[in-house]
Write a protein that binds this ligand. Structure first.
Ligand SMILES: C[S@@+](CC[C@H](N)C(=O)[O-])C[C@H]1O[C@@H](n2cnc3c(N)ncnc32)[C@H](O)[C@@H]1O
Length: 344
């Protein structure tokens, strides 16, 4: 066997730091415990009074010893509080309740769905082939209504935590008409229209998604739902377009197609607002600042959709190939940035 060219000088400090590899490689144990506890509805079964795991296990249909051990692991990471052998709520476990105002239960369940979990299991194959583990994740959801319910609810809880920082970072009220392209059930557009009473909006998504959009009395006829295919159009004519966590689902060619369709519908001087995680550019890495949630999401896109998270330069290239010009990248106090472009 060829010997490595790297000289290995082990010291106590090195041995300690390589423990980091143990932590990383076993890292999935903890999230899996969280998915299962969220799926079982343990946080919903627990009220203010701490309860023993055996009680909770009876209520949610689990084995007492197994649930106790899984909850002990979570409590050791700050999800639930362990007191005198019982479990009580804390801030994170409360957010796992379905009735919490910022509930993340659906999002945790979404990440733990079999289609996600099995796709990550296939990461080696994905890395070898460069192809996603699922051929068309949106068709998959169309054919699995129960999982679609969890997907919708998960996107809603994610969107609800992302919306306040996005709204705080940008003034949408100057636009008379706003199109939310691939806007799902319309959480972002509804929030914008509520805070911009003079604006009107068109929510564009696949017909089977648009069918499930609920009417909001506070907005009334200012929101027009429109079903269709953003690869084919026609898309609505608006002063501004928001496209949140959509481009990252697609390859560069597919993203160009979507952006060209939007440009086809867009009037002169219209604005495009891409809301996504934006990856640190090369200079940030050189300065030691490469760490970003987007690096994780990027691999999720690799395994599930064949899409990717992008740097500002990569987005600028997509824009210049589709009739847009990047004007600025606006960070928000969240992992999401707003990337603004203008029609050229
Ligand atoms: C990751 S979700 C983002 C939803 C929403 N913008 C948000 O951030 O919560 C991607 C959205 O793109 C929609 N989509 C996928 N393919 C589409 C197509 N061909 N035409 C229109 N919408 C599509 C999906 O239905 C889904 O709502």
């Amino acid at each position: 066997m060829e010997s490595s060219s790297i000289a290995i000088h082990e010291s106590g400090a090195d041995a300690k730091s390589v423990m980091k590899l143990v932590e990383i490689s076993a890292g999935y144990w903890l999230p899996r415990a969280l998915h299962v506890v969220a799926g079982l509805g343990v946080a919903d079964a627990l009220d203010e009074e701490p309860r023993p795991a055996a009680d909770l296990a009876r209520e949610v249909g689990a084995n007492a010893d197994a649930l106790d051990r899984v909850m002990r692991l979570l409590a050791s990471h700050g999800v639930f509080r362990r007191v005198g052998g019982k479990y009580g709520h804390n801030a994170l476990s409360r957010a796992l309740r379905s009735d919490h105002p910022n509930s993340m239960r659906a999002y945790v369940r979404l990440v733990g769905l079999p289609v996600f979990w099995k796709s990550w299991e296939a990461l080696e194959q994905v890395v070898r082939s460069g192809k996603p583990a699922v051929s068309d994740v949106f068709s998959y959801f169309k054919e699995h209504p129960q999982e679609t319910e969890i997907f919708d609810a998960g996107m809603k809880s994610k969107a609800e935590t992302a919306i306040p920082p996005v709204m705080a970072a940008y003034d949408f009220s100057s636009f008379a008409t706003i199109g939310d392209i691939g806007g799902g059930l319309g959480h972002l557009l509804k929030a914008i229209l509520k805070s911009s009473p003079k604006s009107r909006g068109t929510l564009f998504d696949q017909p089977h998604v648009i069918e499930r959009v609920e009417v909001d009395e506070a907005i009334g006829s200012r929101l027009t739902p429109q079903g269709g295919d953003f690869f084919r159009g026609p898309l609505p004519r608006c002063d501004a377009y928001i496209i949140m966590e959509v481009l990252h689902d697609w390859t560069d060619e597919q993203s160009l197609q979507i952006l060209k369709q939007i440009r086809k519908a867009a009037p002169e001087n219209s604005t495009l607002l891409v809301v996504e995680t934006v990856l640190p550019d090369e200079s940030a890495w050189t300065e030691g600042g490469g760490e970003h949630f987007g690096n994780h999401l990027d691999i999720n896109m690799l395994v599930l959709t064949g899409g990717r998270e992008r740097t500002p330069d990569e987005l600028a290239r997509l824009f210049s190939g589709s009739g847009w010009r990047l004007s600025r990248v606006i960070p928000t106090p969240s992992p999401y940035s707003i990337v603004e472009a203008v029609a050229v």
